[in-house]
Design a binder for this molecule. Structure first.
Ligand SMILES: C[S@@+](CC[C@H](N)C(=O)[O-])C[C@H]1O[C@@H](n2cnc3c(N)ncnc32)[C@H](O)[C@@H]1O
Length: 205
């Protein structure tokens, strides 16, 4: 299929997408909100009073969901390489997660406290070359796992988007060494044709 036809097909699918309409109705910034809502419904990740780190947060629908569910006593810290329009009650740092300086600015917000939950929906810019995209994606996943080693409470949970393919099995092994259990989640809002799959690490060791 030509590029134009592919983009037209994407646009058509987007316009017809039930979750896109629902997000507009519910005031969420993107259809991704329903992935987190469905996973949360099953796994009860977000609780009132929790501190949550949202890595790769823009445009912000996961942060919206998180803030709503942690309530006034909870805090949501969001990070993205892109700008994000402010969200009430969400503290945001713009920067590249691969850079030490970004991590420093982000973790300064925590003032020495550990988070109860880390959620990571980071997806790198797609180059179209599967091997490169896959490697970039897992590099970011590994950085998010490093973040959990240092800034997630023992017993805390970590939800991360991955793509099945090269590096997937190795990353699950790394997750297993850090968490009591590692589960896979493919919410209905995640398109069938996408090989994205969420890993949920439960109970940081
Ligand atoms: C699928 S979107 C996240 C959607 C978000 N969960 C929501 O509900 O609105 C993936 C995000 O990862 C961000 N991202 C990609 N590479 C990044 C990096 N190196 N550092 C920080 N953010 C990055 C992108 O800018 C993009 O906003």
């Amino acid at each position: 299929m030509s590029r134009t036809k592919t983009s037209k097909a994407w646009l058509q699918e987007h316009v017809n997408d039930h979750y896109v309409h629902q997000a507009q109705k519910d005031g969420y910034r993107s259809r991704a909100a329903y992935k987190l809502l469905e996973i949360n419904e099953k796994d009860k990740l977000l609780k009132p009073g929790y501190w949550v780190a949202d890595l790769g947060a823009a445009p912000g629908s996961w942060s919206q969901v998180a803030k709503r569910l942690v309530g006034q006593q909870g805090r949501v810290f969001a990070l993205d390489i892109l700008e994000m329009d402010p969200l009430p009650g969400v503290e945001f740092v713009q920067g590249d997660f691969r850079e030490e300086e970004t991590l420093t600015r982000f973790t300064e917000l925590l003032q020495g406290r550990l988070v109860d939950l880390a959620i990571c929906d980071i997806a790198p810019n797609i180059s179209g070359m599967a091997v490169i995209d896959q490697a970039r994606s897992f590099h970011l996943c590994e950085l998010a796992l490093d973040f959990c080693r240092d800034y997630l409470k023992p017993g805390g949970h970590f939800l991360v988007k991955t793509f099945q393919g090269s590096g997937y099995t190795e990353f699950i092994q790394q997750m297993r060494s850090e968490f009591a259990s590692v589960l896979t989640r493919k919410p209905a809002a995640s398109r069938d044709r996408s090989n994205e799959i969420y890993l949920l690490g439960k109970g940081k060791k």
